[in-house]
Design a protein around this ligand. Structure first.
Ligand code: IPE
Ligand code: IPE
Ligand code: MG
Length: 253
Protein backbone atom coordinates (compact mmCIF):
# COMPACT_ATOMS: atom_id res chain seq x y z
CA UNK A 1 0.00 0.00 0.00
CA UNK A 2 2.80 2.39 0.95
CA UNK A 3 4.58 1.39 -2.26
CA UNK A 4 1.50 2.29 -4.34
CA UNK A 5 1.03 5.62 -2.60
CA UNK A 6 4.67 6.50 -3.15
CA UNK A 7 4.15 5.93 -6.88
CA UNK A 8 0.97 7.93 -7.20
CA UNK A 9 1.93 10.64 -4.73
CA UNK A 10 3.86 12.84 -7.17
CA UNK A 11 0.84 13.04 -9.52
CA UNK A 12 -1.70 14.42 -7.10
CA UNK A 13 -1.69 17.86 -5.55
CA UNK A 14 -0.21 17.58 -2.09
CA UNK A 15 -2.28 18.93 0.79
CA UNK A 16 -1.17 19.99 4.26
CA UNK A 17 -1.45 16.40 5.50
CA UNK A 18 1.08 15.26 2.86
CA UNK A 19 3.68 17.60 4.31
CA UNK A 20 6.00 15.94 6.80
CA UNK A 21 6.11 17.86 10.05
CA UNK A 22 9.69 16.81 10.79
CA UNK A 23 11.09 18.14 7.51
CA UNK A 24 9.62 21.62 7.23
CA UNK A 25 12.02 24.14 5.66
CA UNK A 26 13.02 26.65 8.31
CA UNK A 27 13.64 29.45 5.82
CA UNK A 28 11.95 29.93 2.44
CA UNK A 29 13.02 32.61 -0.03
CA UNK A 30 10.83 33.61 -2.97
CA UNK A 31 11.52 35.51 -6.19
CA UNK A 32 7.97 36.70 -6.82
CA UNK A 33 8.13 37.11 -10.58
CA UNK A 34 5.55 37.38 -13.36
CA UNK A 35 3.17 40.14 -12.22
CA UNK A 36 3.55 42.08 -15.47
CA UNK A 37 2.90 39.05 -17.67
CA UNK A 38 -0.10 38.09 -15.56
CA UNK A 39 -1.63 41.50 -16.30
CA UNK A 40 -0.62 41.55 -19.97
CA UNK A 41 -2.31 38.18 -20.57
CA UNK A 42 -5.55 39.81 -19.42
CA UNK A 43 -5.07 43.07 -21.28
CA UNK A 44 -4.68 44.92 -17.98
CA UNK A 45 -2.12 47.54 -16.86
CA UNK A 46 0.98 46.03 -15.21
CA UNK A 47 0.13 47.64 -11.88
CA UNK A 48 -2.96 45.42 -11.64
CA UNK A 49 -0.59 42.44 -11.77
CA UNK A 50 1.48 43.97 -8.95
CA UNK A 51 -1.68 44.44 -6.87
CA UNK A 52 -2.67 40.82 -7.42
CA UNK A 53 0.90 39.89 -6.53
CA UNK A 54 0.52 41.66 -3.18
CA UNK A 55 -2.65 39.60 -2.53
CA UNK A 56 -0.77 36.40 -3.36
CA UNK A 57 1.95 37.36 -0.87
CA UNK A 58 -0.58 37.96 1.88
CA UNK A 59 -1.93 34.49 1.31
CA UNK A 60 1.53 32.88 1.38
CA UNK A 61 2.48 34.67 4.61
CA UNK A 62 -0.59 33.16 6.28
CA UNK A 63 0.27 29.73 4.90
CA UNK A 64 3.84 30.01 6.20
CA UNK A 65 2.46 30.50 9.68
CA UNK A 66 0.09 27.51 9.28
CA UNK A 67 2.89 25.24 8.07
CA UNK A 68 5.39 26.43 10.69
CA UNK A 69 7.94 28.18 8.49
CA UNK A 70 10.01 30.49 10.68
CA UNK A 71 11.68 32.74 8.08
CA UNK A 72 10.30 34.01 4.78
CA UNK A 73 12.39 36.27 2.53
CA UNK A 74 10.60 37.79 -0.44
CA UNK A 75 12.15 39.66 -3.35
CA UNK A 76 9.81 42.56 -3.83
CA UNK A 77 11.95 45.14 -5.68
CA UNK A 78 15.52 44.77 -6.87
CA UNK A 79 18.29 47.35 -7.19
CA UNK A 80 17.93 46.85 -10.94
CA UNK A 81 14.16 47.51 -10.85
CA UNK A 82 14.88 51.23 -10.29
CA UNK A 83 15.70 51.29 -14.02
CA UNK A 84 12.13 50.47 -15.03
CA UNK A 85 9.99 53.24 -16.59
CA UNK A 86 9.35 56.04 -14.13
CA UNK A 87 5.57 55.47 -14.20
CA UNK A 88 5.87 51.84 -13.12
CA UNK A 89 8.40 52.65 -10.38
CA UNK A 90 6.22 55.37 -8.96
CA UNK A 91 3.04 53.23 -9.07
CA UNK A 92 4.96 50.45 -7.36
CA UNK A 93 6.15 52.81 -4.61
CA UNK A 94 2.58 53.94 -3.97
CA UNK A 95 1.52 50.31 -3.82
CA UNK A 96 4.21 49.43 -1.25
CA UNK A 97 3.10 52.27 1.00
CA UNK A 98 -0.58 51.36 0.58
CA UNK A 99 -0.08 47.64 1.25
CA UNK A 100 2.20 48.15 4.26
CA UNK A 101 -0.15 50.69 5.81
CA UNK A 102 -3.17 48.47 5.20
CA UNK A 103 -1.61 45.20 6.41
CA UNK A 104 0.61 46.34 9.25
CA UNK A 105 -1.91 45.90 12.05
CA UNK A 106 -2.92 42.43 10.95
CA UNK A 107 0.70 41.33 10.40
CA UNK A 108 1.53 42.58 13.88
CA UNK A 109 -1.46 40.80 15.46
CA UNK A 110 -0.31 37.59 13.81
CA UNK A 111 3.12 37.81 15.41
CA UNK A 112 4.98 38.62 12.20
CA UNK A 113 8.23 40.54 12.42
CA UNK A 114 9.01 42.69 9.37
CA UNK A 115 12.59 43.45 8.36
CA UNK A 116 13.69 45.43 5.32
CA UNK A 117 16.68 44.04 3.41
CA UNK A 118 18.08 46.57 0.99
CA UNK A 119 20.07 49.69 0.31
CA UNK A 120 18.33 52.11 2.67
CA UNK A 121 20.37 55.14 1.56
CA UNK A 122 18.67 55.22 -1.85
CA UNK A 123 15.10 54.46 -0.78
CA UNK A 124 12.85 57.54 -1.00
CA UNK A 125 12.16 58.84 2.48
CA UNK A 126 8.38 58.37 2.53
CA UNK A 127 8.82 54.65 1.71
CA UNK A 128 11.75 54.13 4.05
CA UNK A 129 9.71 55.73 6.82
CA UNK A 130 6.80 53.29 6.53
CA UNK A 131 9.24 50.36 6.47
CA UNK A 132 10.96 51.69 9.60
CA UNK A 133 7.63 52.19 11.38
CA UNK A 134 6.71 48.58 10.48
CA UNK A 135 10.07 47.29 11.71
CA UNK A 136 9.81 49.16 14.99
CA UNK A 137 6.23 48.08 15.67
CA UNK A 138 6.87 44.39 14.94
CA UNK A 139 10.41 44.06 16.32
CA UNK A 140 9.51 41.75 19.22
CA UNK A 141 7.26 39.40 17.23
CA UNK A 142 8.33 35.79 17.13
CA UNK A 143 5.93 33.78 14.94
CA UNK A 144 7.51 34.45 11.56
CA UNK A 145 10.33 36.70 10.38
CA UNK A 146 9.28 38.30 7.11
CA UNK A 147 12.29 39.77 5.31
CA UNK A 148 11.22 42.14 2.58
CA UNK A 149 14.03 42.50 0.04
CA UNK A 150 13.39 45.95 -1.35
CA UNK A 151 15.88 48.02 -3.30
CA UNK A 152 17.93 44.88 -2.80
CA UNK A 153 20.88 43.62 -4.82
CA UNK A 154 23.07 40.81 -3.62
CA UNK A 155 26.34 42.04 -5.10
CA UNK A 156 25.82 45.42 -3.46
CA UNK A 157 25.05 43.64 -0.18
CA UNK A 158 28.23 41.54 -0.39
CA UNK A 159 30.47 44.44 -1.44
CA UNK A 160 29.06 46.59 1.32
CA UNK A 161 29.55 43.80 3.88
CA UNK A 162 33.19 43.48 2.79
CA UNK A 163 33.68 47.22 3.22
CA UNK A 164 32.10 47.24 6.70
CA UNK A 165 34.13 44.24 7.78
CA UNK A 166 37.37 45.87 6.58
CA UNK A 167 36.54 49.01 8.52
CA UNK A 168 35.67 47.15 11.71
CA UNK A 169 38.69 44.83 11.63
CA UNK A 170 41.16 47.32 10.15
CA UNK A 171 44.24 46.19 12.04
CA UNK A 172 43.18 42.70 13.05
CA UNK A 173 45.02 39.57 11.97
CA UNK A 174 42.71 36.58 11.82
CA UNK A 175 43.94 33.32 13.26
CA UNK A 176 43.31 30.08 11.39
CA UNK A 177 40.77 28.97 14.02
CA UNK A 178 38.50 31.89 13.34
CA UNK A 179 35.54 31.19 11.11
CA UNK A 180 35.84 34.06 8.63
CA UNK A 181 32.73 32.99 6.71
CA UNK A 182 30.68 33.21 9.88
CA UNK A 183 32.15 36.58 10.80
CA UNK A 184 31.54 37.90 7.27
CA UNK A 185 27.89 36.70 7.29
CA UNK A 186 27.23 38.96 10.23
CA UNK A 187 27.80 41.99 8.00
CA UNK A 188 25.11 40.96 5.51
CA UNK A 189 21.52 42.23 5.72
CA UNK A 190 20.50 38.68 6.66
CA UNK A 191 22.80 38.53 9.69
CA UNK A 192 20.01 37.30 11.98
CA UNK A 193 18.76 34.47 9.74
CA UNK A 194 19.84 30.99 8.85
CA UNK A 195 20.44 30.46 5.12
CA UNK A 196 17.32 29.64 3.08
CA UNK A 197 16.51 25.93 2.78
CA UNK A 198 14.30 26.45 -0.24
CA UNK A 199 14.26 29.14 -2.94
CA UNK A 200 11.15 29.38 -5.11
CA UNK A 201 11.09 31.37 -8.36
CA UNK A 202 7.82 31.78 -10.22
CA UNK A 203 7.07 32.68 -13.86
CA UNK A 204 9.30 30.17 -15.62
CA UNK A 205 12.55 32.18 -15.48
CA UNK A 206 15.58 30.09 -14.54
CA UNK A 207 17.84 32.69 -13.00
CA UNK A 208 18.65 34.25 -9.65
CA UNK A 209 18.57 37.93 -10.69
CA UNK A 210 21.05 39.13 -8.05
CA UNK A 211 19.17 37.64 -5.07
CA UNK A 212 20.91 36.22 -1.96
CA UNK A 213 23.96 34.98 -3.88
CA UNK A 214 25.97 34.28 -0.72
CA UNK A 215 23.08 32.84 1.29
CA UNK A 216 21.84 30.28 -1.27
CA UNK A 217 25.13 28.37 -1.57
CA UNK A 218 23.35 25.15 -0.46
CA UNK A 219 19.70 26.09 -0.90
CA UNK A 220 17.32 23.79 -2.79
CA UNK A 221 16.01 25.55 -5.90
CA UNK A 222 12.43 25.24 -7.09
CA UNK A 223 11.29 26.82 -10.34
CA UNK A 224 7.68 26.94 -11.46
CA UNK A 225 5.99 28.37 -14.56
CA UNK A 226 3.12 29.69 -12.44
CA UNK A 227 3.02 33.49 -12.52
CA UNK A 228 3.31 35.03 -9.05
CA UNK A 229 -0.29 36.41 -8.81
CA UNK A 230 -1.55 32.85 -9.47
CA UNK A 231 0.75 31.25 -6.89
CA UNK A 232 -1.62 29.76 -4.32
CA UNK A 233 -1.86 27.21 -1.55
CA UNK A 234 -1.68 24.30 -3.98
CA UNK A 235 1.52 25.63 -5.58
CA UNK A 236 3.04 26.37 -2.19
CA UNK A 237 2.39 22.90 -0.78
CA UNK A 238 3.71 21.40 -4.00
CA UNK A 239 7.00 23.32 -3.59
CA UNK A 240 7.40 22.16 0.02
CA UNK A 241 6.41 18.62 -0.88
CA UNK A 242 8.98 18.61 -3.65
CA UNK A 243 11.62 19.99 -1.26
CA UNK A 244 10.90 17.23 1.26
CA UNK A 245 11.71 14.61 -1.35
CA UNK A 246 15.17 16.04 -2.06
CA UNK A 247 18.29 14.45 -0.65
CA UNK A 248 20.40 17.27 0.79
CA UNK A 249 23.94 15.99 0.95
CA UNK A 250 25.96 19.19 1.48
CA UNK A 251 28.84 17.53 -0.30
CA UNK A 252 28.90 14.54 2.02
CA UNK A 253 27.94 10.95 1.24
C1 IPE B 1 7.83 40.93 -10.37
O1 IPE B 1 7.04 40.95 -11.51
C2 IPE B 1 7.67 42.18 -9.54
C3 IPE B 1 8.79 43.11 -9.64
C4 IPE B 1 9.90 42.87 -10.23
C5 IPE B 1 8.63 44.41 -9.01
P1 IPE B 1 7.52 41.63 -12.84
O2 IPE B 1 7.11 43.06 -12.84
O3 IPE B 1 8.95 41.38 -13.08
O4 IPE B 1 6.66 40.84 -13.91
P2 IPE B 1 7.14 40.33 -15.33
O5 IPE B 1 8.39 39.55 -15.13
O6 IPE B 1 7.36 41.54 -16.18
O7 IPE B 1 6.01 39.47 -15.82
C1 IPE C 1 13.46 39.86 -9.98
O1 IPE C 1 12.54 39.93 -11.03
C2 IPE C 1 13.12 40.89 -8.95
C3 IPE C 1 11.86 40.71 -8.27
C4 IPE C 1 11.05 39.69 -8.39
C5 IPE C 1 11.50 41.76 -7.36
P1 IPE C 1 12.88 40.73 -12.36
O2 IPE C 1 11.70 40.55 -13.25
O3 IPE C 1 13.28 42.11 -12.07
O4 IPE C 1 14.14 39.94 -12.90
P2 IPE C 1 14.68 39.72 -14.38
O5 IPE C 1 14.76 41.08 -15.02
O6 IPE C 1 13.69 38.85 -15.09
O7 IPE C 1 15.99 39.06 -14.19
MG1 MG D 1 10.00 39.92 -13.97
Amino acid sequence: MRFISSIIAPFKSPSLSDIKKNKIPIHIAIIMDGNGRWARKRGLPRIVGHKKGADALKNIVTLCKDVGIKYLTVYSFSSENWQRPQDEVSELMDLFVEVLQRELESLHKNGIKIVLLGQREIIPLRILKIFEISEEKTKDNKELLLNVAFSYGSRQEIANAAKKMCMEYKNKEFSSEENIEKIFSKFLYTSDCPDPDLLIRTSGEYRISNFLLWQIAYTELYFTKTLWPDFNKKNFYKAIYDYQRRNRRFGKL
